[in-house]
Design a protein around this ligand. Structure first.
Ligand SMILES: C[S@@+](CC[C@H](N)C(=O)[O-])C[C@H]1O[C@@H](n2cnc3c(N)ncnc32)[C@H](O)[C@@H]1O
Length: 292
């Protein structure tokens, strides 16, 4: 039977947590649908950072009232690709996560290797691998965590479409994509979906088979939904930016009405520098609006 993603109401849900790093947001509609299809007993994410992807999994689990347990594994220190970041990233995620999801979700602050002993073999239904994206690192993460997947388990790989620098997820993906029903989204740096355990969940198996049979439609459908979320974020940011610009212009106008409009004087804005800044800011607004 053909899979209709609209049979999964989560597909049109609005994400509740979007942070300043939008790298994953285009995959949130699929993440919602996958949780609804798979109804995983256990979700593990390797690489959580600010929590865009992880909080999407948690949001779906909460909305669907599933008995799922979720685990996010990260040192929350960063790596060669994200850069090494401040403690505040973890604290901010905790402050968002704990009141909403702590009843079923745990943030495991440790390395991926250290977390292995916390999970029995064959116990993870949904594994999202999104740590360091070199070939060696992602191969290590997959090989060490593969035994943790249940026979019906699904593994997701972010960044399968990135080939610049030393990104190597694409290479591992090429090697393993044939080891079970699979599909690859190519928007938002790519997302590989694979069920390698030999007994895929029927709904997931049907979806992956249909997606392979009709790739254009499925790719376009999820890309369009992902772009909608991205566009909403851009519009929201533009709105904030326009508000700031308006406040800046108001202050500037009031400064220009002062007798000494040369700059900088008594802490007032330099009107010439201000004019240049406004022009640059408005050019940025126009460029951003064109992208929406
Ligand atoms: C690309 S970011 C994750 C992005 C996230 N999934 C999102 O939705 O935006 C990669 C994260 O993996 C973490 N990381 C990389 N290698 C790790 C390792 N071996 N053990 C623990 N954390 C690791 C980094 O600290 C970083 O926060």
């Amino acid at each position: 039977m053909r899979t209709n993603p609209l049979d999964y109401p989560m597909v049109l849900a609005d994400p509740q947590r979007i942070t300043v790093d939008p790298a994953w947001v285009g995959h949130i509609p699929f993440a919602f649908v996958l949780v609804e299809m798979l109804k995983p007993a256990t979700v593990v994410e390797l690489g959580t950072y600010r929590g865009n992807s992880y909080c999407a999994f948690c949001q779906a689990v909460a909305a669907l009232k599933l008995p799922t347990k979720c685990y996010a594994v990260d040192t929350w220190k960063g790596d060669e690709h994200t850069g090494h970041y401040a403690e505040q990233i973890y604290q901010e995620l905790r402050a968002y996560h704990d009141p909403r999801y702590a009843s079923f979700s745990t943030l495991l602050r440790m390395t991926f290797d250290e977390a292995l002993s916390h999970f029995a073999d064959g116990s993870v239904d949904l594994l999202h691998i999104d740590g360091l994206h070199t070939y060696e690192a992602v191969k290590h993460d997959y090989e060490t965590w593969r035994p943790k997947l249940s026979p019906r388990g699904v593994v997701l790989f972010h960044d399968t479409a990135r080939r610049e620098q030393d990104f190597g997820v694409w290479k591992l993906w090429d090697e393993i994509r044939g080891s079970g029903p699979s599909f690859e989204f190519n928007h938002f740096s790519g997302l590989g979906v694979l069920s390698p355990g030999g007994a895929p969940a029927a709904e997931v198996r049907d979806f992956l088979n249909d997606a392979r049979a009709n790739p254009k439609t499925v790719l376009r459908f999820f890309e369009t939904l992902g772009n909608r979320i991205d566009a909403e974020i851009t519009l929201h940011n533009l709105g904030n930016f326009l508000d700031q610009t308006q406040r800046f212009l108001d202050a500037w106008k009031s400064d220009l009405s002062q007798p000494a409009a040369q700059a900088p004087i008594n802490g007032h804005v330099n009107p010439y520098a201000a004019a240049g800044r406004v022009a640059r800011d408005l050019a940025a607004v126009r460029a951003a609006a064109k992208r929406v």
